[in-house]
Design a protein around this ligand. Structure first.
Ligand SMILES: [Cu+2]
Length: 403
């Protein structure tokens, strides 16, 4: 009797662990009904935000729409990493969404092609009704109920039935209690820092010619490619590139071109040394800033990237290192959300050692307010970015911290 009970429990525990296995290995972003996944990427010089809306059932439609200031059309290919089933479609910015078909819940990749550039987004399709642990819970309650009813009807409540019913009820209760912790999005304690290495292709870019800026990410503990970036502020990585003197500024969102590899096409107008910064966040971990530098050769050309200088109102007017300053900037038109926020402020120390990224609040309809603390005396280069009239505005200014 004891060994039957033991075996039964063993089978139940094994079934429980098997069902949990895919959850334990979840590593992608999540697409579920009511929670759209918004991912901004830079294709060439175009910022494109993809919105992936979850399916309410599988098989079912996964709707993908694109938003961009300029016209852009994208070829899409959705692939299930469970069984390789595919669905293709295309979408243009501002048009009706592409209806791709998800055959299963679980991990998927979405290949996005714009001209010659391809990015691969990884995510997990979650359909609440089919969550495996819900089925385990329901199934276990059902087994418990049947065994108890069967035992009562037979008027011979054998020890086997009782132990079977209690084991099944035990599984059901455990799953029920653990359910809040079984979500693939649930934090489970940080991951090692990623080591990042910036490189360019060609190795020495020339002014006015497109080149690729790549960032390779390696796990600080294992050295393996880091392929578990969380989308934060609507992008997997935010990359800021500035010329050493601060005259040239780019804020772009690289494409995931291979596991652990992010890449973006850039064209820079002036020769000299450039500083690159990437803000990333590994899933279930905090954010981190990676830095690098590269050289551009050639002769100076006009910059196609438009900046509108601005004079902010600073409070207090005289800045003190280590004390907060409030920066208010007038906008040229009513401010629209961009990357999930009304406005972004990027601040770099003159030597490039310090880079800060602050988020603003709207002060009325056409002003933005930021508060941040500058660490040391010296000159700081700053750029405010916001969307207005369907365009992205970039407004540079400088700040002096006297003491
Ligand atoms: Cu960004």
């Amino acid at each position: 009797m004891k060994s039957i009970k033991g075996r039964m429990l063993g089978v139940l525990v094994a079934a429980f662990l098997l069902v949990l296995w895919p959850v334990a290995t979840a590593r992608a972003h999540v697409v579920e009904p009511g929670v759209d996944l918004r991912v901004t990427q830079t294709f060439g010089a175009r910022e494109v935000t993809l919105v992936i809306a979850g399916a309410s059932q599988v098989p079912g439609a996964l709707r993908v729409s694109a938003h961009a200031p300029q016209p852009v059309s994208l070829e899409l290919e959705l692939r299930s990493l469970t069984d390789g089933s595919r669905s293709t479609g295309s979408v243009s910015a501002g048009r009706e969404p592409a209806a791709l078909r998800a055959e299963h819940a679980g991990p998927h990749e979405l290949r996005v092609r714009a001209g010659a550039e391809v990015s691969v987004l990884m995510f997990r399709v979650v359909v609440p009704e089919s969550a495996p642990w819900t089925m385990v819970m329901d199934g276990a309650f059902l087994v418990a109920g049947l065994l108890l009813v069967g035992g009562v009807l037979a008027r011979s409540v054998s020890r086997l039935l009782v132990s079977g019913a209690s084991a099944a009820a035990g599984v059901a209760v455990k799953v029920m209690l653990l359910m809040p912790y079984l979500s693939p999005t649930q934090p489970a304690g940080g991951r090692p820092y990623a080591q990042g290495r910036f490189s360019t292709l060609p190795a020495r870019p020339v002014t006015g010619a497109e080149f690729t800026l790549a960032l390779r990410l390696a796990d600080g503990a294992t050295g393996r490619p880091v392929d578990d970036l969380a989308v934060h502020h609507e992008a997997a990585a935010h990359v800021v590139v500035t010329s050493e003197d601060g005259a040239v500024f780019r804020h772009v969102h690289p494409l995931r071109t291979a596991p652990g590899v992010l890449a973006v096409r850039l064209s820079l107008p002036r020769p000299g040394r450039y500083l690159a910064y990437a803000e990333i966040e590994r899933q279930e971990s905090g954010g981190q800033l990676l830095t690098g530098a590269f050289e551009v050769s050639g002769t100076a050309r006009p910059d196609a990237y438009v900046q509108q200088p601005v004079t902010p109102r600073l409070t207090p007017a005289v800045l003190v290192a280590g004390s907060p300053v409030t920066i208010e900037v007038g906008a040229q038109a009513p401010v629209q959300p961009w990357l999930g926020m009304p406005g972004h402020l990027i601040v770099r120390s003159r030597d490039g050692a310090h880079l800060a990224h602050a988020h603003g609040t709207a002060a009325g309809t056409s002003a933005l307010r930021f508060t941040l603390t500058l660490p040391e005396p010296g000159r700081y280069l700053a750029w405010v970015q916001y969307a207005a009239g369907g365009r992205l505005m970039t407004s540079p200014f400088t700040m002096e911290v006297d003491r």
